[in-house]
Design a protein around this ligand. Structure first.
Ligand SMILES: [Fe+2]
Ligand SMILES: [Fe+2]
Length: 131
Protein backbone atom coordinates (compact mmCIF):
# COMPACT_ATOMS: atom_id res chain seq x y z
CA UNK A 1 0.00 0.00 0.00
CA UNK A 2 1.47 3.38 -0.97
CA UNK A 3 2.13 5.74 1.91
CA UNK A 4 1.56 8.92 -0.03
CA UNK A 5 -1.39 9.04 -2.39
CA UNK A 6 -1.74 11.81 -4.86
CA UNK A 7 -4.86 13.93 -4.75
CA UNK A 8 -6.03 17.27 -6.10
CA UNK A 9 -5.12 19.02 -2.85
CA UNK A 10 -1.48 18.75 -3.97
CA UNK A 11 -2.08 20.26 -7.39
CA UNK A 12 -0.58 23.68 -7.84
CA UNK A 13 -1.89 24.21 -11.36
CA UNK A 14 1.41 24.05 -13.23
CA UNK A 15 1.60 20.97 -15.44
CA UNK A 16 5.36 20.35 -15.26
CA UNK A 17 5.59 20.92 -11.52
CA UNK A 18 2.51 18.82 -10.79
CA UNK A 19 3.97 15.96 -12.84
CA UNK A 20 7.28 16.23 -10.98
CA UNK A 21 5.51 16.19 -7.62
CA UNK A 22 3.68 13.04 -8.67
CA UNK A 23 7.00 11.47 -9.61
CA UNK A 24 8.37 12.46 -6.19
CA UNK A 25 5.44 10.72 -4.54
CA UNK A 26 6.12 7.63 -6.67
CA UNK A 27 9.81 7.46 -5.72
CA UNK A 28 8.95 8.12 -2.11
CA UNK A 29 6.47 5.22 -2.18
CA UNK A 30 9.08 2.97 -3.77
CA UNK A 31 11.49 3.75 -0.96
CA UNK A 32 8.84 3.09 1.64
CA UNK A 33 7.90 -0.18 -0.03
CA UNK A 34 11.54 -1.25 -0.20
CA UNK A 35 11.78 -0.64 3.55
CA UNK A 36 8.58 -2.49 4.35
CA UNK A 37 9.59 -5.47 2.26
CA UNK A 38 13.07 -5.44 3.78
CA UNK A 39 14.70 -5.30 0.38
CA UNK A 40 18.45 -5.62 -0.07
CA UNK A 41 20.80 -2.78 0.71
CA UNK A 42 21.46 -2.47 -3.00
CA UNK A 43 17.79 -1.83 -3.81
CA UNK A 44 17.43 0.56 -0.90
CA UNK A 45 20.56 2.48 -1.85
CA UNK A 46 19.47 2.80 -5.45
CA UNK A 47 16.01 4.05 -4.48
CA UNK A 48 17.36 6.46 -1.89
CA UNK A 49 19.80 7.78 -4.47
CA UNK A 50 17.01 8.17 -7.07
CA UNK A 51 15.06 10.19 -4.55
CA UNK A 52 17.96 12.43 -3.64
CA UNK A 53 18.75 13.13 -7.29
CA UNK A 54 15.15 13.70 -8.28
CA UNK A 55 14.64 16.16 -5.42
CA UNK A 56 17.60 18.22 -6.64
CA UNK A 57 16.37 18.11 -10.24
CA UNK A 58 12.89 19.18 -9.12
CA UNK A 59 14.21 22.08 -7.04
CA UNK A 60 16.22 23.31 -10.00
CA UNK A 61 13.07 23.28 -12.15
CA UNK A 62 11.10 25.30 -9.60
CA UNK A 63 13.94 27.73 -9.07
CA UNK A 64 14.33 28.34 -12.81
CA UNK A 65 10.61 29.06 -12.94
CA UNK A 66 10.97 31.53 -10.05
CA UNK A 67 13.81 33.33 -11.79
CA UNK A 68 12.02 33.43 -15.11
CA UNK A 69 8.90 34.96 -13.58
CA UNK A 70 10.58 37.19 -11.00
CA UNK A 71 8.80 35.39 -8.15
CA UNK A 72 8.96 37.78 -5.14
CA UNK A 73 9.22 35.05 -2.50
CA UNK A 74 12.08 33.30 -4.31
CA UNK A 75 14.74 33.81 -1.67
CA UNK A 76 12.72 32.25 1.14
CA UNK A 77 11.52 29.42 -1.09
CA UNK A 78 15.05 28.62 -2.25
CA UNK A 79 16.29 28.67 1.35
CA UNK A 80 13.60 26.11 2.24
CA UNK A 81 14.80 23.94 -0.66
CA UNK A 82 18.42 24.25 0.47
CA UNK A 83 17.54 23.24 4.04
CA UNK A 84 15.60 20.28 2.84
CA UNK A 85 18.18 19.11 0.29
CA UNK A 86 20.92 19.44 2.91
CA UNK A 87 19.02 17.36 5.43
CA UNK A 88 18.17 14.73 2.83
CA UNK A 89 21.81 14.47 1.78
CA UNK A 90 22.81 14.07 5.43
CA UNK A 91 20.31 11.25 5.86
CA UNK A 92 21.50 9.65 2.64
CA UNK A 93 25.13 9.68 3.70
CA UNK A 94 24.19 8.24 7.10
CA UNK A 95 22.37 5.51 5.24
CA UNK A 96 25.35 4.86 2.98
CA UNK A 97 27.62 4.63 5.99
CA UNK A 98 25.51 1.72 7.16
CA UNK A 99 22.98 3.30 9.49
CA UNK A 100 20.04 1.69 7.71
CA UNK A 101 17.43 2.63 10.26
CA UNK A 102 17.82 6.12 8.87
CA UNK A 103 15.62 5.18 5.89
CA UNK A 104 12.56 5.24 8.13
CA UNK A 105 13.60 8.59 9.56
CA UNK A 106 14.02 9.89 6.02
CA UNK A 107 10.57 8.64 5.01
CA UNK A 108 8.89 10.37 7.95
CA UNK A 109 10.85 13.56 7.37
CA UNK A 110 10.09 13.54 3.67
CA UNK A 111 6.41 12.85 4.09
CA UNK A 112 5.88 15.71 6.49
CA UNK A 113 7.94 17.97 4.25
CA UNK A 114 5.93 17.11 1.13
CA UNK A 115 2.72 17.64 3.06
CA UNK A 116 3.75 21.05 4.30
CA UNK A 117 5.81 22.45 1.42
CA UNK A 118 3.72 21.56 -1.64
CA UNK A 119 0.31 22.84 -0.50
CA UNK A 120 1.76 26.08 0.87
CA UNK A 121 5.02 27.28 -0.72
CA UNK A 122 4.70 25.51 -4.08
CA UNK A 123 1.05 26.51 -4.39
CA UNK A 124 2.02 30.17 -3.97
CA UNK A 125 4.52 29.76 -6.78
CA UNK A 126 1.89 28.09 -8.99
CA UNK A 127 -0.60 30.88 -8.34
CA UNK A 128 1.99 33.55 -9.04
CA UNK A 129 3.06 31.99 -12.33
CA UNK A 130 -0.56 31.61 -13.44
CA UNK A 131 -1.60 35.11 -12.42
FE1 LIG B 1 8.00 21.26 -5.26
FE1 LIG C 1 9.31 24.16 -3.71
Amino acid sequence: MPLMSWSSEYEIGHGVIDAQHQELFAIFNRLHEAMMERRTTEVMTRTFNDLERYVRFHFRTEEMLMDRHGFPDAERHKAAHDDFAGRLLELYSDFERGRHTVAMEAAIFLRSWLNSHIPVADRKLGEYVKG
